[in-house]
Design a protein around this ligand. Structure first.
Ligand SMILES: *[C@@H]1O[C@H](CO)[C@@H](O)[C@H](O)[C@H]1NC(C)=O
Ligand SMILES: *[C@@H]1O[C@H](CO)[C@@H](O)[C@H](O)[C@H]1NC(C)=O
Ligand SMILES: *[C@@H]1O[C@H](CO)[C@@H](O)[C@H](O)[C@H]1NC(C)=O
Ligand SMILES: *[C@@H]1O[C@H](CO)[C@@H](O)[C@H](O)[C@H]1NC(C)=O
Ligand SMILES: *[C@@H]1O[C@H](CO)[C@@H](O)[C@H](O)[C@H]1NC(C)=O
Length: 335
């Protein structure tokens, strides 16, 4: 199943965009929020006007305090059930989201497991598909019944992702089956991750759109990691133009809302330089003109003006879990 590129991939891959003028405004763009407590002054950059960002997620079920004053209508928070709760029958996620709704927050979309097919050391939830299916039945199905749009688990960019999703959906059908009649577990959109070049991204999207016809796709983590600046910028422009043009791409969020010296996807992929200034990509992503700021410029918090080099040190981390490292596999797939 994965040894051949499906038809959809060929069609999409052939439609390589010609990035004449770069992408400008887009209502599909959101913030993949990976704050660092050392530099809290960076956290509000993303909501300062003008900004194109209409939504955010933070790998967590509850909104980030720093955005408390920004309304859900202006900047939609999307809760995430990051991993499978260790205790079967745990409905803490469901209860939390219901609580947000009860408190008046208009939650319209939720996301489920983050890189369940990936190991913890690369930021994956490393989940057993059948345990994940039970957690989905317990937490996600009741929310969908309330009218909330739900996203399938967001797998890594590796071929293991689709295999994991198939096993997950089969397990889910078995749990919800009505006597002998298997029922499908329903979902509204399919989040995907990608780290690698544009051709690989287009092919990966083609594979998913062929596997999940008529479903919206969200690209919730992506970048061409560890590249020269011009390569990174070309990739950024081509992919943003592509996402904006395709109707089945409902939303996207670049993995890069952090400083270059703590980037785990390469310094040039970061939207901020070492002093927290928006780079060209950072500004373009917000729908503004480029800044000309070199990602590797700045002194950094320790006043060390030495370049961190292409492969930056430090890894964005939340709740003790490494994030966003589908790239280890994505790079191999993408090159
Ligand atoms: C990328 O898009 C921006 C914004 O439209 C544009 O200013 C820039 O020249 C483009 N860069 C490349 C390398 O295409
Ligand atoms: C919640 O948001 C959705 C999407 O923007 C909108 O259609 C709906 O009317 C809103 N509901 C309430 C109660 O504000
Ligand atoms: C369940 O999903 C499978 C695979 O997508 C599809 O072939 C089948 O028709 C679906 N069954 C129902 C009852 O929707
Ligand atoms: C996709 O949507 C089209 C148009 O609504 C419909 O004809 C087609 O059967 C759908 N395909 C699947 C696999 O659901
Ligand atoms: C946060 O930033 C500091 C200072 O740049 C850095 O030393 C640390 O590694 C960063 N933490 C994470 C989790 O990236």
């Amino acid at each position: 199943m994965f040894s051949q590129i499906p038809l959809g991939a060929v069609v999409l891959g052939a439609a390589l965009p010609f990035a004449l003028a770069g992408p400008l405004a887009s209502s599909k763009r959101g913030l993949c929020f990976v704050p660092n407590t050392t530099t809290p002054e960076d956290d509000t950059i993303w909501v300062q006007k003008p900004t194109d960002l209409t939504w955010y997620y933070n790998y967590d079920p509850t909104p980030s305090d720093v955005f408390a004053k920004v309304s859900q209508e202006e900047f939609e928070f999307v809760p995430m059930l990051w991993g499978v709760p260790p205790t079967p029958g745990d409905t803490a996620f469901l209860d939390t989201v219901k609580g947000l709704i009860k408190d008046g927050r208009n939650i319209t979309h939720i996301m489920s497991f983050n890189e369940p097919d990936g190991p913890a050391e690369y930021g994956g939830a490393n989940a057993d598909p059948s345990a994940a299916a039970q957690a989905w039945v317990d937490n996600i199905i009741p929310l969908r019944k309330m009218g909330v749009k739900v996203g399938l688990p967001a797998c890594t960019g590796s071929p293991d992702g689709l295999a994991w999703l198939k096993t997950f959906l089969d397990s889910c059908s078995t749990i919800v089956s009505d006597g002998g009649n298997k029922k499908n577990c329903s979902y509204d959109f399919v989040p995907i991750h990608w780290y690698g070049d544009f051709g690989g991204l287009a092919s990966h999207m083609g594979e998913y759109s062929a596997t999940f016809p008529n479903k919206s796709i969200w690209i919730t983590e992506y970048n061409f990691n560890d590249q020269a600046l011009s390569t990174t910028q070309d990739f950024y422009n081509m992919s943003a133009e592509y996402f904006d043009r395709l109707d089945f791409v409902e939303r996207y969020s670049l993995f890069g809302a952090f400083r270059s010296d703590v980037s785990n996807v390469g310094a040039n992929a970061a939207m901020l330089n070492k002093d927290g200034e928006l780079t060209d990509i950072g500004a373009w992503y917000l729908g503004r003109p480029g800044t000309g700021v070199d990602p590797q410029s700045g002194k950094g918090v320790n006043g060390d003006s030495k370049s961190a080099g292409l492969r930056a040190v430090g890894v964005p981390q939340i709740g003790g879990v490494l994030l966003g490292a589908g790239f280890a596999v994505g790079v191999m797939m993408g090159l």
